[in-house]
Design a protein around this ligand. Structure first.
Ligand SMILES: Cc1cc2nc3c(=O)[nH]c(=O)nc-3n(C[C@H](O)[C@H](O)[C@H](O)COP(=O)(O)OP(=O)(O)OC[C@H]3O[C@@H](n4cnc5c(N)ncnc54)[C@H](O)[C@@H]3O)c2cc1C
Length: 469
């Protein structure tokens, strides 16, 4: 059996013999060396080749394309990103409008490239039902969120409220109170997307070296066990794995997210669940559960995650045991009609959290280092926008993309970003936040908990949520 097939349900669906490409076999010189063959690295290579076909590019990947979060995620391709309002709120109206248009435009932009490059990844734009409130306390928070979206200038065409009846037309969750609908989202098979993108990049002349782990980045040199790569520009595109390269850690913390897939559901079972137009969905809890109806008729359901002491990414997840059981339990709380359904896959992955929980693009012209990341659970779409941006920055093109407030340019711009505190602070903070959110959720879901306890738990969680921004 192929060693990579068990990476995720999505890898298991790949209609290819998943073999790693040849590794680097000695020293080379290129214009641009990209570290990591996930969406960030591959989109950057793609746009560099589109804009400047003669630019020589080497992509160095420790495993195989898509082995990281890009081949494991929930497949929401969003036209939005974490922290967009934080970034855009203080901007002049014109720049704010351009920023939101760029973000909302991601979905159709990617769709057009998928068509042009013949990348088959089950793209379906059914929008997203997000933040479905399941308790009165969540309803208040979700309503506040919609108000903030309105204040930021988003109209009914971007985000609209679905009351219980309208929501029921879309999805049959257990006792919902309403949700926000946005059309700016598609679902994809993420592994097909990242593997197809890798092939598109190769067709345009970039070289991907797999089984090639980068150990160190020096002055315009990337150091691997198989040879050194000299490059004018170096693009670490490592997200949750940034700490695996010497000196690369600090900006992004590796946090795990876990997910399951059911067996294909029957038409009668889908009648019980809804999701006929395949919108992505999530609930309104701070611990967020999310999912999609896959192209082959399974429910893909993600919830919760973890953090390993010592800033360590994690790749080993199994279907058996308490981790998958917890996701199944949470899925049944949302969709009790699926009680007899078999879960066939359980996996997880490592994503990157920036210190202020907002993603960034960084370009250091002095050292020739450019990077992007910190997407949290929102990199499928954002990495496309940021890959486009990195290509413009590297080629010296001043465009609307490079003027966005999430872009930090100049000499040593990494200084402008807040770094994570050393251990044990991230671990303690993670434990405290999880404990507060779990406590709040268990009280909210309890019919007997005293209202003052729910209020107290909500206030404590609210303080943590504010501290995280
Ligand atoms: C379970 C899960 C669900 C998610 N769901 C969603 C979702 O539905 N929608 C959404 O928008 N986002 C989601 N995300 C987040 C999203 O998947 C990521 O933000 C995105 O894939 C990041 O892409 P990337 O290319 O920056 O990083 P990655 O895809 O992680 O790529 C980094 C690459 O670097 C390689 N690498 C590591 N160390 C080295 C080294 N030393 N040398 C060379 N190569 C190295 C890795 O093997 C990997 O291929 C989810 C994440 C997870 C884990």
């Amino acid at each position: 059996m192929n060693q990579y097939r068990g990476t995720s349900f999505w890898f298991d669906t790949l209609d290819e013999d998943i073999q790693a490409r040849a590794p680097l076999s000695g020293p080379i010189d290129v214009d641009v060396a990209i570290i990591g063959a996930g969406y960030t690295g591959l989109w950057t290579a793609y746009y560099l080749k589109v804009l400047s076909p003669t630019t020589s590019i080497a992509i160095l990947e420790a495993q195989t394309a898509g082995f990281g979060a890009s081949g494991r995620n929930g497949g929401w391709l969003k036209g939005s990103m974490a922290g967009e309002d934080t970034y855009l709120a203080g901007q002049p109206a014109e720049r704010r409008e351009i920023g939101y248009a760029l973000l909302h435009g991601i979905v159709d932009h990617v769709r057009d490239i998928l068509i042009d490059e013949d990348i088959q990844c089950g793209f379906h734009k059914g929008g997203v039902l997000f933040a479905a409130a399941r308790y009165p306390e969540q309803l208040a928070l979700v309503r506040q969120h919609l108000e903030r979206l309105r204040e930021a200038g988003h109209g009914e065409d971007d985000y609209r409220w679905l009351d219980v009846q309208a929501l029921d037309q879309q999805v049959r969750m257990h006792q919902p109170y309403g949700a926000i609908y946005s059309p700016h989202c598609a679902v994809v098979n993420p592994a097909e997307l990242v593997r197809g993108l890798a092939r598109a990049v190769e067709r345009r002349g970039a070289t991907i070296y797999e089984n090639t782990r980068v150990d160190d980045i020096q002055d315009r040199v990337v150091v691997t066990g198989q040879g050194r790569v000299r490059a004018q520009w170096i693009v670490p595109a490592l997200e949750g794995y940034a700490g695996s390269v010497r000196g690369g850690g600090g900006l992004v913390l590796p946090v795990q997210s876990q997910i399951i897939a059911t067996e294909p559901l029957s038409a009668a079972q889908w009648d019980e669940v809804g999701l006929a137009n395949r919108p992505a969905f999530s609930d309104g809890g701070r611990l967020i559960t999310y999912g999609q109806r896959s192209a082959d008729g399974r429910l893909i359901f993600g919830a919760r995650g973890g953090y390993r002491f010592g800033v360590k990414p994690r790749n080993d997840f199994t279907l058996e045991g308490p981790e998958s059981e917890l996701r199944k339990k949470l899925m049944l709380e949302l969709f009790p009609a699926l009680s007899g359904v078999r879960v066939t896959h359980g996996w997880g992955g490592t994503m990157g959290m920036a210190r202020r929980f907002v993603p960034h693009v960084v370009c250091d012209t002095r050292s020739g280092l450019a990077t992007a990341g910190g997407y949290g659970g929102g990199g499928v779409g954002a990495a496309n926008l940021f890959g486009r941006t990195l290509a413009d920055l590297i080629l010296g093109h001043g465009t609307a993309l490079t003027q966005m407030p999430w872009v930090i340019q100049g000499s040593n711009p990494r200084r402008a970003l807040r770094r994570w505190e050393p251990e044990p602070f991230p671990w303690l903070a993670y434990r405290a936040i999880q404990a507060a959110y779990n406590w709040e959720e268990s009280l909210c879901s309890s019919a007997t908990a005293a209202p003052w306890m729910k209020g107290l738990a909500g206030r404590i969680s609210g303080v943590f949520a504010r501290l995280m921004t």
